[in-house]
Write a protein of this length. Structure first.
Length: 579
């Protein structure tokens, strides 16, 4: 039986379990789109290829499956680059499939020709250029294997147009089926050496002030249960990275919340005073550590990480356990005994109480609309069950601080790349992963405008996504840095925004604008009760800072903190007890 390369592509994709793809057609991928009509796959037409990559990314993070994005050659392919780099930095498994000019035209500056494999080489786990139909099936299966194996990440397949059109003999569908992959470079070992496990257990037994640093690797490895078993057995508090939120319930007594530049002050203090750090699936990035020379100076360090290149890269550790986190923790658990760190937890609770008092004073009723107030009400209204995506900046940090994340894959954001415009399209992708779940996205007025065209995608697809825009007419985080470090010399940060309600209504999306604290709950209820996408604009305080904040180059515990009234310090315990 003769089949075209485009047909083989779709049959191979379906064999990988793909049900939905996000993309945009063009000249160099038109045969792929023509063949798609004969296959049971849902295609989501985006309004910009960056949106396709972010939707595939949001789908992957929410589902744990591989997300798929399609684009044509030239500008279509290059528009994917930001989304690909976002997925690479955050270890998100996506496969991007781009059309390319005919093979005989490559190198001749043909219309819409661009070397997308060369461009994306540094920001993909692997990429391919396919020039004949015979390469397609095996390449697709390799790409999906690489995307999801070990430390996940993006893979790009660039397919020349002649390969899409070429007809080849396919005797049976078995020829297109995935076969056992022999790719040792993409199959890291699961188990750590027994001697290293024993050494780790010895350090654990000696520790009096241990802290677990839980990263996204806990979620990727599906090690949530093992982490909680370890924390309970050893009475060890758990700090989380931004992408590690959801790896350990925020409501658990051992939870320290988020660490790092805008992490909880008591969490950062605990890390700096710890005598043992257990890094579980995280990479010690600069936003987590602060100044490396002063980072956790009293602590020995154990690092469990599947990507061996991350071990000793930023922080030299005492015991390195290279392997799959779920497997390594399962191997380690029988080697550690029951422990009690009562004195250590009492010290942490003292720091926690003082931080909570600062929050209480900051968000007292003052007649002003504050972002944390909105985030808290969204969390409470959804009973903490919603999937939340965010954009990047102040809205992101306040969401991380004030939305209680108790479930895995519930909090989706751009971490390492810090990509503005991520919030809305990633929420649409998450909705396709979980159409029965409540999906919210909290975005800033700046980041939202970078991908606002995807409002049309949301309404066309009937995506039940609730959009909360925090409108302060500023690029808020940049403004905060200019306030703190550039003597309030504001430069290129003030925004003249459109009427977001009218913008939403122009797309056929119901919308409301909120400017008073007393209106917030009613607006949230309206959004939740209205089917399909809904946009809420919150006109929040213009010049407000995210606290605490660790300045670049400072020690992790050298935080700029929210001011506190000294008189109130005398009633810290009473105030916290009454919460």
């Amino acid at each position: 039986m003769k089949k075209s390369g485009a047909q083989i592509l779709w049959e191979s994709i379906l064999l990988e379990g793909v049900e939905v793809v996000f993309g945009y057609p063009g000249g160099s991928n038109m045969p792929i789109y023509d063949a798609m009509l004969n296959y049971p796959v849902r295609h989501v037409l985006v309004r910009h290829e960056q949106g396709a990559a972010h939707m595939a990314d949001g789908y992957a993070r929410a589902s744990g499956k591989v997300g798929v994005a399609l684009a044509t050659s030239g500008p279509g392919a290059t528009n994917l680059v930001t989304g690909i780099s976002t997925a690479m930095m955050d270890s998100s498994p996506i496969v991007c499939i781009t059309g390319q000019v005919h093979a005989h035209l490559i190198g001749g500056d043909a219309f819409q020709e661009v070397d997308v494999t060369g461009i994306t080489l540094p920001i993909t786990k692997h990429n391919y250029l396919i020039t004949s139909a015979e390469e397609i099936a095996e390449t697709v299966h390799e790409a999906f294997y690489i995307a999801r194996s070990g430390r996940p990440g993006p893979v790009l397949i660039d397919i020349c147009k002649n390969a899409q059109l070429e007809q080849i003999d396919v005797e049976s569908s078995d020829e297109l089926s995935p076969h056992k992959m022999a790719l040792p470079g993409f199959k890291p070992p699961k188990h750590a050496p027994q001697a290293d496990l024993q050494r780790a257990a010895e350090l654990i037994a000696q520790a009096e002030r241990p802290v677990i640093l839980a990263g996204q690797g806990v979620l990727i490895s599906d090690a949530v249960e093992e982490l909680e078993m370890y924390a309970n057995k050893t009475d060890t508090p758990v700090a989380k990275t931004l992408l590690g939120l959801g790896s350990f319930p925020a409501s658990h007594p051992l939870s320290l919340g988020m660490m790092g530049m805008h992490g909880e002050a008591y969490c950062n203090n605990a890390i700096q005073q710890a005598d043992l750090l257990l890094a579980f699936g995280m990479r010690f990035d600069d936003r987590v550590t602060g100044n490396l020379r002063t980072y956790a100076p009293r602590a020995r360090k154990i690092h469990i990480e599947i990507d061996a290149s991350e071990i000793h890269k930023n922080v030299t550790v005492d015991v390195a356990l290279a392997g799959d986190l779920k497997t390594v923790l399962a191997d380690l658990l029988p080697l550690v005994g029951e422990q009690n760190h009562y004195a250590w937890m009492c010290q942490i609770d003292e720091w926690r109480d003082e931080s909570q008092l600062r929050d209480i004073q900051a968000w007292e009723e003052d007649g002003k609309l504050h972002v944390p107030h909105v985030v808290r009400l969204i969390c409470q209204s959804t009973h903490g069950q919603a999937i939340l995506t965010t954009d990047v900046g102040q809205n992101q940090m306040w969401s991380a601080q004030y939305f209680q994340v108790d479930q895995p894959r519930q909090f989706i954001t751009s971490g390492g790349s810090g990509t503005m415009g991520f919030g809305l399209p990633s929420a649409i992708g998450a909705w396709f992963a979980h159409p029965q779940r409540e999906i919210w996205t909290i975005v800033g007025d700046g980041g939202f405008q970078m991908t606002q065209a995807e409002l049309s995608t949301a309404i066309q697809e009937g995506a039940n996504v609730k959009i909360a825009i925090m409108n302060n007419n500023f690029l808020g985080m940049v403004r905060q840095w200019q306030e703190f470090f550039f003597e309030r010399r504001y430069s290129a940060v003030e925004l003249h925004n459109p009427d977001f309600v009218k913008l939403a209504e122009a797309h056929g999306i119901p919308a409301r604008c909120v400017s008073e604290p007393g209106e917030v709950q009613q607006a949230i209820d309206f959004a939740r009760q209205t089917p399909g996408p809904v946009l809420l604009e919150f006109k929040v305080e213009k010049e407000e800072g995210v606290y605490p904040m660790v300045p670049t180059g400072a020690a992790l515990d050298a935080m700029i903190r929210r001011p506190i009234r000294q008189a109130a310090m005398q009633s810290v315990s009473q105030t916290v007890d009454s919460l």
